[in-house]
Ligand binder design. Structure first.
Ligand code: IMP
Length: 434
């Protein structure tokens, strides 16, 4: 049985949480490989809403092993808060496994994220201000503290003292902010170590043994393709690799172990934070979609920017992650619009040339204007379909256009918030060597 990677094919918030939750029902192991608590998954299960930021939502299924891999950055306070929250809701968390090599987000990372964003002013990235970028900076500068360090008091105190001294110099001298005290951080964080310790395990062995023994392993990407540090709309990106290759480096498996890659695509586009957005809507249609889709950040509460579906972007996501399937979400949100536009190509404003290739670099992207196909909309009945054939004809035409332009089959359709409101057109966890 296969290893399946699931990635966001846009700028995050594609509705991955629901699809992951849906697939997690069949998964033995669910793995997070990058990002941290900048992600926010809202999952509806049994009429109850769960909000998760760090722990894979597979935890809602008893018996599922949920892994936080090397490539994730872990804020220990958020982790413990999330464990407490789940336990209060009666969720068994014993399936969680945390890599000792995952890097820690510490209070100075959060302070630096804030300070850098504030200093940039209008030029800010619009980060989630959760310390994600600064934690990855320390990882690559090879000065970061890892989960393993938190578990050994002496090591933690020594490394922490060195980092606090450095970060205080930056905070005080560059940003004019108050310094941190080692004792205060230690007093707040060392007690968390005991809460986290039972979950720490060799995740490389756990994940590869699961893959080798034919278990169903689901790798859940956070954020989205266009937020990738290399392939996204740099510098308006996150500090990790949300693309499928990120699963290899963040969880510790080779590319040949991956059988399927699912790209999650929302029926329209949204983004939080700054940066270019070719199909952005500044009119009342955008506002209507935002309200209807409740497009406000799960982590920060910020209103999301809204635009039409951009298939040039989805084609790019297909290339970057070798997508084998798409999950198209939120068809229900668009219900009620008379006309719907879909971007099927870009036109270069300077040369007039049309292309379906996503350009490299912001300046090239800024020259592109969307070429739209306009389609008839559909009504509320979309949310009641139980089979693909029951969808309104206009919605089916939409799905078929996506398949044709993106060049990938739409295997899963999301037509409402509930787990049940999902149409599965092709099995995802099918045996290897078909
Ligand atoms: P950071 O990940 O907090 O450093 O933020 C960098 C960029 O990624 C900002 O534009 C954020 O809004 C965006 N971002 C980070 N996580 C998510 C997410 O889960 N969904 C959507 N956007 C995100």
């Amino acid at each position: 049985m296969p290893a399946v990677v699931l990635v966001g094919a846009q700028w995050g918030d594609e509705g991955k949480g629901k699809i992951i939750d849906y697939l997690a029902a069949e998964a033995d192991v669910v793995v997070r490989y990058q990002g941290g608590n900048n992600a926010g998954h809202t999952v509806w299960a049994g009429g109850r809403q769960f909000k998760l930021r760090l722990i894979p939502s597979g935890i809602l299924y008893p018996g599922t092993i949920c892994v936080i891999g090397h490539g994730v950055v872990v804020d220990p306070r958020v982790l413990v808060e999330e464990l407490d929250y789940l336990e209060r809701q009666g969720v068994d968390t014993s399936g969680l496994r945390i890599s000792p090599a995952a890097h820690l987000i510490l209070p100075y990372h959060v302070a630096l994220d804030e300070a850098e964003e504030d200093r940039k002013g209008a030029g800010r990235i619009g980060t989630t201000r959760r310390g994600i970028g600064p934690a990855y900076m320390d990882k690559f500068a090879r000065v970061g503290l890892r989960v393993e360090d938190l578990l050994e008091e002496e090591v933690f105190l020594e490394k922490l003292a060195a980092q606090v001294a450095e970060k205080n110099a930056l905070l005080e001298r560059v940003y004019g902010l108050p310094p941190f005290k080692v004792e205060e951080i230690a007093a707040a964080y060392l007690p968390l170590a005991e809460r986290i310790r039972p979950y720490v395990a060799n995740t490389v062995t756990i994940v590869s043994e699961a893959v080798e023994s034919g278990k169903n392993v689901l790798f859940e990407g956070a954020q989205g393709t266009l937020l990738d540090i290399d392939f996204g709309t740099y510098p308006y990106v996150t500090a990790s690799h949300p693309i499928a290759g990120g699963a290899c480096v963040g969880a510790g498996i080779g590319p040949t172990a991956i059988d399927r890659v699912i790209g999650v695509v929302k029926a329209y586009t949204s983004r939080v934070g700054e940066g270019p957005f070719p199909t952005e809507l500044h009119d009342e249609v955008g506002q209507w979609i935002r309200e209807r889709g409740q497009e406000y950040g799960t982590v920060t509460g910020r209103p999301r920017r809204i635009g039409w579906l951009d298939l040039v972007m989805v084609r790019y996501a297909r290339r970057l992650s070798s997508l084998t399937d798409l999950a198209l979400t939120r068809l229900d949100t668009l219900a009620g619009l008379d006309r719907i536009k879909v971007c099927v190509a870009y036109r270069d404003r300077e040369t007039g040339e049309e292309t379906r290739e996503f350009p490299i670099g912001l300046r090239a992207l800024a020259r592109m204007e969307p070429v739209y196909v306009e389609m008839e909309g559909w009504g509320e009945e979309v949310a009641r379909a139980t089979r693909y054939e029951e969808l309104p004809a206009a919605a089916r035409r939409y799905v078929e256009l996506v398949e044709e332009v993106a060049g990938v089959p739409v295997s899963i359709l999301g037509i409402g918030y509930d787990r049940q409101q999902t149409i599965h057109r092709r099995p995802i966890f099918v045996p290897r060597g078909r």
